[in-house]
Ligand binder design. Structure first.
Ligand code: GTP
Ligand code: MG
Length: 410
């Protein structure tokens, strides 16, 4: 391949967040709260069997306020200067111990996960559900075990795939002079796992050069590391409204884990009340305004009061924070706004700031051209930063919030 052949970042994944967890922890509640899709919610395990899909939004300041022109978004929304950018959410069946062997709804669950770029692991921080999601007195189940169980389960699932016929694959890779990570990518591609991720995982471990010498233990460690590299997990410590301080402190002080206390039930109640015109609540905010106190029953007033207390303590319900932490901090995505006309900030049909794209940090101007359209990438000449009106080269790394015009051969 000659040096100037440019490989576009093929298949930029549609941002998909998978919601995972054992049964009865509030996954569907979290999902409904963030997407307003009605999903079945009930206080018993395995309520969800078929995965629910919906759209949630992450927030960024909309550039229209800075430029001082009203926008007409197409692929996103603008709510009083806040750009709401869609991400796909997937709510799956609960996972029980030994799912990797096919127990419970195991395989279906694991297949549903394959496409997710990042996972939100919903746990029951109140400890009121056992390992299979049955109700137990609050504080009975240690929620830290929920975290360890999930990590182990996914690792064992990946291990099972790597192990199947491993010696044959390793020998063949050696014969063909192929890197083992490339050979394993072939195996794991169905899970959306890439060679680079396997490579990074291998580098972290002290594995023998010769893959044929790897022990079962080595493969399990590799599976764990591959999971950590390819499917990043953020933990939503749900039912935090009913959790003891001791549980929350322990969860929040866990090393190498990102834990966000959440009350999915609170978020769902607020969004429904907002939709019903009873209150004014903007997603992710730390308070709400009651619009019609006269229409609220005493019970509703008390419930809203308790929700506000929770929000005062945690700075919100945590649901939006968990989603945004996954998208912006864990996946490291930034928002950029391609426009055709750098002066009017419009597309072909005159819409101002039509689209917001979530792209990985490190994306350059030509990558963006390819993300918008392959032809635009192939015919890329230069780009223009609409803020400064300066020309930028193909390898110029984009910043969060950039508004960019791509100039291409017609
Ligand atoms: N206290 C409290 N209860 C919650 C919260 N979120 C959900 N619940 C309750 O937990 C129970 C289970 O909720 P679901 O959303 O159906 O749980 P799930 O994880 O989807 O369950 P499966 O589909 O059976 O795996 C319901 O009774 C919810 O009302 C929360 O933040 N706090
Ligand atoms: Mg469910």
């Amino acid at each position: 391949m000659s040096a100037n052949v440019y490989l576009p970042p093929i298949l930029l994944p549609i941002m998909e967040l998978g919601i995972i967890g054992k049964p009865n922890v509030g996954k569907s509640t979290f999902f409904s709260a963030s997407t307003l899709v009605d999903a079945e919610i009930a206080a018993y395990p395995f309520t969800t069997i078929e995965a629910n899909r919906g759209v949630a939004y992450v927030r960024k300041p909309c550039p229209h306020t800075e430029f001082g022109i009203p926008c007409n978004p197409r692929n996103s929304l603008c709510d009083s200067g806040t750009r709401l950018i869609p991400v796909e959410m997937l709510d799956v069946a609960g996972l029980v111990p030994d799912a990797y062997t096919g127990k419970g709804l195991g395989n279906r669950f694991l297949d549903d996960l394959s496409r997710a770029s990042s996972l939100i692991h919903v746990i029951d921080a109140s400890g009121a559900t056992d390992s299979e999601g049955n109700i137990v007195p609050p504080g009975t189940r240690d929620p830290v075990l929920d975290i360890e169980f999930m990590e182990r389960e996914i690792a064992l699932w990946i291990k099972g795939i790597i192990e199947k016929g491993f010696h044959k694959i390793a020998r063949q890779a050696q014969l063909e002079g192929m890197k083992i990570e490339r050979a394993l990518e072939g195996r794991l591609t169905g899970l959306g796992i890439k060679e680079a991720e396997i490579h990074r995982a291998m580098q972290r471990l002290d594995l023998a050069e010769d893959a044929l010498k790897w022990s079962e233990e080595d493969i399990e460690q590799l599976a764990r590391a591959v999971r950590e590299e390819s499917k990043k997990i953020i933990i939503a410590a749900n039912k935090a409204d009913a959790a003891s301080d001791e549980n929350l402190d322990r969860l929040l002080s866990m090393k190498d884990r990102t834990v966000i206390p959440t009350c999915a039930e609170c978020e769902l109640a607020l969004r429904k009340a907002d939709r019903g015109g009873l209150i004014k609540y903007s997603i992710g905010s730390s308070s709400f305004e009651i619009l019609h106190p006269e229409r609220l029953s005493e019970a509703q007033k008390n419930a809203l009061h308790r929700i506000q207390e929770f929000m005062d303590r945690f700075g919100g319900t945590g649901v939006q924070k968990a989603i945004e932490t996954a998208v912006f901090d864990i996946l490291g995505l930034i928002a950029v706004y391609p426009v055709e006309d750098e002066n009017r900030l419009t597309d072909k049909s005159g819409r101002v700031l039509p689209d917001a794209y979530l792209v990985p940090r490190g994306t350059n101007a030509r990558d963006l051209a390819y993300i918008v359209h392959t032809d635009l990438g192939d015919n890329f000449i230069r780009a223009i930063d609409a803020r400064t009106k300066r020309v930028i080269g193909h390898d110029h790394e984009l910043k969060d919030g950039d508004v960019i015009t791509i100039v291409a051969r017609a």
